[in-house]
Design a protein around this ligand. Structure first.
Ligand code: MG
Length: 161
């Protein structure tokens, strides 16, 4: 099944920093470094939108902070039902996201969802809790976010007959 929704983690996935905060009009990390998006991030977001693939985020973080960062970086318009909650249960966040989309008439199978996160425990939790969501590990499988496009362009594995 083709991917119809790509969900991105934020810290160390959408941006290559952790513990980000806003200082005036700039976004910084704990070391005072200005936060930039991960390599290929804008190209990925634009390409997904062009292809009609839905994009969302799932982040264990403070919603007010992350949504303010999205505004500052001009990202808000890309995401449908972004999930930013201050707890580690990303399986629940993604289940809620899929339920919200279904209520709007977009019913997705787990196989049509790709989740990208740097934390392998999160990927496993989501596969266990939501179903056979496809997963990629940021910083390992995905060094440049445009690698996600390469994954989408791979021929689908054929079912054994
Ligand atoms: Mg992360």
């Amino acid at each position: 099944m083709a991917i119809r929704l790509v969900i991105l983690d934020c810290d160390r996935t959408l941006w290559e920093h952790e513990d980000v905060f806003i200082d005036g009009q700039t976004v910084q990390d704990a070391r005072g470094e200005q936060v930039r998006l991960a390599r290929g991030a804008r190209e990925l977001l634009d390409a997904l939108r062009e292809r009609g693939i839905l994009i969302s985020v799932c982040s264990w973080n403070r919603a007010d902070l992350v949504f303010a960062i999205f505004d500052l970086l001009g990202l808000t318009r890309y995401f449908v039902h972004p999930k930013v909650e201050f707890h580690p249960h990303k399986d629940r966040m993604i289940a809620a996201l899929l339920a919200e989309l279904a209520r709007e008439g977009t019913v997705l199978h787990a196989e049509e969802v790709l989740f990208v996160d740097d934390n392998p425990m999160m990927l496993e939790m989501v596969r266990q809790g939501v179903g056979p969501v496809r997963t990629l590990r940021a910083q390992i499988d995905v060094l440049d976010l445009r690698d996600v496009l390469k994954y989408l362009d791979q021929p689908e594995p054929t079912e054994p007959t």
